[in-house]
Every structure is written in structure tokens, then in C-alpha cells.
Design a protein around this ligand. Structure first.
Ligand code: ADP
Length: 556
């Protein structure tokens, strides 16, 4: 059966290769990842060559492995140097000639080792059956070059440590931890331990532990390269767990006692391997998607916050501007009324006509300013309601009365239909309801050229329903759903009537909802007239007589 050392060797080779491939797969274009892969590959050959050079009983084969050991050792040292230069982001490592030189030196050393007796002149087999090289004149050159490569690598990283970014710093630290463990274990096993346990059965294993420990350099620095992609706990856990399962299942293969066991374990290993790749990929994708979503939602939250601020500033501006406008407009309204009433003397007919026009235009402005103020109050939640028991019939009659002259002026009919039996009193804010209704009647008259407007009131067991219908321009189905939004005016409207800011329905909706009621529009289409319907609950437990700031109490 397999020797303990062979099992460890295979497991370590597997981990080494897995890390190398994993790091390369993560970002095959990045220099650091490529030099890491080369380093892991050289370490793999070096570990195996160092092991097998002492394992075979055939000196010729042992000699081949010995040469492979020295060749891969040179590559390993120079790839470590390359890796150090890359993670330290040195300028020189971008230079193609320099990189070429770093590849060329181990190639030359390998040629010398394999083809000449300059570095290794021969070999001798020791009493315990291991192989030792005999060196040629070039040994010193080999030693110095390998030593220098490692030394320069370490110095470059150490020198760049202080000015490195925190992320790079952590890469350096991981590399140093790996190197430190390697050096400590090599010293421990090859220098200290071996002199005590030279006769131990496990002598071979102990001395090799030093070489095997190069895997720490690979594992630690490999981890540090892909770490920022692994910061997510879910990914780390999945990957560590998968690695654990894979190593365990490889161990199962290596310790199989029978051929059938071996086959089953190999099949299981392959299944685990495929499964692991799929699992890790799907977890990574999921996390990536989540991170992207998070980023988008963070950006949206910031944008939203900014918009809210802007909206607040705008509302405040409108509120202040409207307040400033209201006072002079009301004063103008008052003076024109006095003029028209003849308080300053008799007004000649032509001027009376002009004054009428001025009065009506000014009135529109007063309404607009009132609507603007209402909008900013609604948005700030500062609308005040004075609820009182109210009879709807007289309220409607008063409004219809008020609009009769306008209807007459436009040659439109304005009719009213009230229930035979008066409805019970409703608790509501009569001024607000008046405002809403007067806007509806005003609109109906505004948007109707011929025919007329009808206002009706009826009661069911639960609600009072007020309908304002007209024979006017109607509503396009597309406009219907947005009609109650701020500043919305249909295209036809804009063409037909110049005045109007598209605020009345928005304010009205807010007022009606604060009463626990509903308001909506119906129309059979353009030029087929419109119906605006308000439903107010006969009894609303949320509304009490008196003043309230409650802005809205929506019904379900
Ligand atoms: P304004 O009438 O000042 O534009 P409103 O908020 O009262 O603002 O109305 C919003 C829009 O709804 C109007 O511009 C118009 O397009 C549409 N609208 C309202 N009442 C009627 C109606 N009786 N017939 C047709 N369209 C209407």
C-alpha cells in the first residue's frame, strides 16, 4: 500500500496545482496571477522531483529526478522573484526584456544541469539508498543565482511595503507568512530534526516535510491574490468546504485497500470535483449578482435622497413664493371689487368691461396661488382640517348657484339633482369639500363647448355620492390614470383652454382621501363627455368634529 509520504506528496501536489489553476482561472490576464501560476507549477515539479530522486532503486532514474530537482529549483527561485516583482508592482517587471532575462536564467541553468557537468558533475548513492549530487565548478554560480533571486524578491517586497496600498500590504504579509513557514519548517526538519532522528524509520518523511512546506508559500500567497474576491463569507465557506471534501476524497483514493474501493473512490472524486466547480461557480455568480444589485440600490438610495432634498427645496420655494404673491393678489381683488361696486365713483361702461376682465384674470391667479399653497402644504403634511357635521344639499346648491352666471355666459346648461329625502349630516370640512367641488364644476364648464353640466347627489347605505358630469371634450383613456397627478394636463386641454396648472384634481384627491373618501373620473372617450365621481362615507370612525392635522386617512 501507499507510503505515508506518498499520500502527503499527492495531497500536497493536488493542493498546489489546484491553487495555481484557481488563481490563473480567476484572472488569466493579470501578470501576478500568471507568475503565481508559474511559481506553483515549478513548486509542483520541485516537490515531486525531490521526493522521487530518493525513492527509486535504479540510480539512472534517480539521477534524472536529481537533475529535475535542481532544474525546477532554479525555475522556482526565479518565478518567486518574478512573483515578488509583480505583487510589488515594480516598473521593471513590465519590461519585456527584463522578464525575458528572468526566464532565460533558469533555462540556462537547466541546460547546464542537464547537458553538462558544470554544475552537477555526477552523483553518489548513500548507504541508506538516497542520492547525493557531486558538484562541478559551476555549483557556486548556481547557488549564488538562486540565492540572489530569492533575496532580491524578498527585499523588493519589503522595500515596497511602506508605500503599498492596504490591499497590497496584505498580499505582502501573506507571502511573508508563507515564506516564513517554509523557511522555519525547512530549518526544523533538515537541520535540527534530522540530526536527532537520523536513525528513525520516518527519517525520509521528516526531511521531506521541509520541501513539502513550499506549499505554504503557494497557499498563502495564492489566497492573498484572490482574497478581495473572496471577502464574502459565503464564498470562502463554500470554497474551503469544497477543498476539504476534495482533499478528503483524494485521501480516500490513496488509502483504498482493494481495486474496487479504488475505482469507487476515483469515481466519487470525479463527481465531487465536477460538483465543486459547479457549486463554487453558482455561489460566486449569486454573490456577484447580489453585490451588483446592492451597488445599484445604494446608488438609487443616494439619488432618491438627493431628489427628496431637491423636492423639499422646491416645495419650500413654492410655499414662500405663493405666500408672497397671495397678499398683493388679494389686495388687488379687494380694490377691483370696490371699484366695480362704485365705491370710488361711477365707472364708465367701457372701463367696467375692462375691470371685469381684470377681476376674472386676477381671480384665476388667486386660485392658482391657493392651489400652489395647498400642494406645498399637502407635501409637508401641514394641511389643517376643520371637521363639522355638514348637510351636503345646501352646500351643493350654493355652488351651482355660484357657477350659474358662468354657465349662462358660455350658453351651457347647469342642472342639479338632489335626493328626495335629505341625506344624514356628514362629518367633513365644508370648505375643503367646497373647494374640490367648485374645481370639478369649474373644470366641467371650462372643458365643455356645448351641452351642459349636471351635478347630482345621491345616497346609498354607506356613502354619499356626488357626480359632476358634462358633455365636453371627454378624457382619453391614456390620460385617465394620471389625471389626479400633480401638474398633469391632457394635450387637448392645453390646446383648448390656456389657463390651468393641473393642480386642482391633485389637491382634490388629497382632500377627499383625508375624508376617507374616493374620487375618480369616467369618460367614454374624447368628445364624449366626462363624469367626476366623489364618494364620501356616511360614517367615518376616524374623523371627529374639530380641527385636525391628519393629512390622509385612506380607505381600503
Ligand atoms: P386644470 O384644470 O387647472 O388644468 P385640474 O387638476 O383641475 O387642473 O385638471 C387636470 C386635467 O384634467 C385638466 O388639465 C384636464 O386635462 C383634465 N380634466 C379635468 N376636468 C376635466 C373635464 N371635465 N373634462 C375633460 N378633462 C378634464
Amino acid at each position: 500500500m501507499l507510503d505515508q509520504a506518498v499520500i502527503i506528496l499527492i495531497l500536497i501536489s493536488f493542493i498546489d496545482l489546484l491553487f495555481g489553476l484557481f488563481v490563473l482561472y480567476k484572472d488569466p490576464k493579470a501578470r501576478v496571477n500568471r507568475s503565481f501560476f508559474l511559481m506553483a507549477l515549478a513548486a509542483l515539479v520541485w516537490i515531486n522531483a525531490s521526493y522521487f530522486e530518493d525513492e527509486f532503486r535504479n540510480p539512472e532514474v534517480m539521477n534524472i529526478f536529481l537533475k529535475a530537482d535542481f532544474s525546477s529549483g532554479a525555475f522556482l527561485a526565479f518565478f518567486i522573484l518574478l512573483f515578488c516583482l509583480d505583487i510589488a508592482k515594480t516598473k521593471i517587471s513590465n519590461n519585456a526584456y527584463f522578464r525575458f532575462t528572468l526566464y532565460a536564467i533558469p533555462v540556462l541553468l537547466t541546460s547546464a544541469v542537464v547537458l553538462t557537468k558544470f554544475i552537477i558533475s555526477g552523483y553518489e548513492i548513500t548507504q541508506i539508498g538516497t542520492i547525493n549530487p557531486t558538484f562541478g565548478e559551476g555549483e557556486l554560480i548556481y547557488d549564488v543565482l538562486v540565492f540572489l533571486a530569492l533575496l532580491i524578491g524578498v527585499i523588493v517586497v519589503a522595500k515596497n511595503f511602506r508605500k503599498a496600498s492596504p490591499e497590497d500590504k496584505s498580499q505582502f504579509i501573506y507571502l511573508f507568512i508563507g515564506l516564513f513557514l517554509f523557511v522555519v519548517i525547512v530549518s526544523l526538519t533538515n537541520i535540527i530534526l534530522t540530526s536527532y532522528i537520523e536513525n528513525s524509520l520516518n527519517y525520509g518523511l521528516y526531511t521531506r516535510l521541509g520541501i513539502f512546506s513550499i506549499v505554504f508559500v503557494v497557499v498563502f500567497s495564492g489566497y492573498s491574490i484572490v482574497k478581495h474576491r473572496l471577502l464574502n463569507l459565503k464564498i470562502i465557506t463554500t470554497e474551503l468546504l469544497s477543498l476539504g471534501i476534495l482533499v478528503f476524497s483524494l485521501f480516500q483514493i490513496l488509502s483504498a485497500q482493494t481495486l474496487s474501493d479504488l475505482l469507487v473512490n476515483i469515481i466519487l472524486f470525479i463527481i465531487y470535483f465536477i460538483f465543486t466547480i459547479l457549486l463554487v461557480r453558482s455561489v460566486e455568480n449569486e454573490v456577484k449578482r447580489k453585490e451588483e444589485l446592492q451597488k445599484i440600490s445604494d446608488a438609487l438610495a443616494i439619488a432618491n435622497e438627493r431628489l427628496k432634498e431637491l423636492d423639499m427645496t422646491k416645495s419650500e420655494f413654492i410655499s414662500i413664493a405663493s405666500h408672497q404673491l397671495r397678499t398683493p393678489l388679494t389686495a388687488i381683488k379687494g380694490y377691483i371689487s370696490l371699484l366695480l361696486e362704485g365705491s370710488y365713483g361711477v365707472v364708465p361702461a367701457p372701463i367696467q368691461d375692462v375691470l371685469d376682465k381684470v377681476y376674472s384674470v386676477n381671480n384665476r391667479l388667486v386660485h392658482l396661488v391657493e392651489d400652489l399653497l395647498n400642494v406645498s402644504r399637502i407635501e409637508a403634511g401641514r394641511i389643517q382640517y376643520s371637521f363639522a357635521p355638514t348637510q351636503l344639499e345646501p352646500l351643493i346648491a350654493e355652488l351651482v348657484d355660484m357657477f350659474s352666471p358662468t354657465a349662462k355666459g358660455k350658453k351651457l346648461s347647469l342642472t342639479m339633482r338632489l335626493p328626495e329625502k335629505p341625506l344624514p349630516q356628514l362629518t367633513l370640512d365644508p370648505n375643503k369639500i367646497k373647494e374640490v367641488l367648485s374645481n370639478l364644476i369649474d373644470n366641467a364648464l371650462k372643458y365643455t363647448k356645448e351641452g351642459g353640466v349636471a351635478v347630482s347627489l345621491e345616497g346609498t347605505s354607506k356613502v354619499a355620492r356626488i357626480v359632476v358630469s358634462d358633455t365636453g371634450i371627454g378624457i382619453h383613456p391614456e390620460d385617465k390614470k394620471n389625471l389626479f397627478e400633480k401638474f398633469l394636463r391632457s394635450k387637448e386641454t392645453t390646446k383648448m383652454v390656456v389657463s390651468g396648472a393641473g393642480l386642482g384634481l391633485y389637491v382634490g384627491k388629497s382632500f377627499i382621501e383625508a375624508h376617507g373618501g374616493k374620487i375618480w373620473a369616467e369618460s367614454d372617450g374624447p368628445n364624449k363627455g366626462s363624469r367626476f365621481i366623489i364618494e364620501l362615507p356616511l360614517v367615518n370612525p376616524n374623523i371627529h368634529v374639530g380641527t385636525s392635522d391628519q393629512p390622509s386617512q385612506k380607505t381600503a
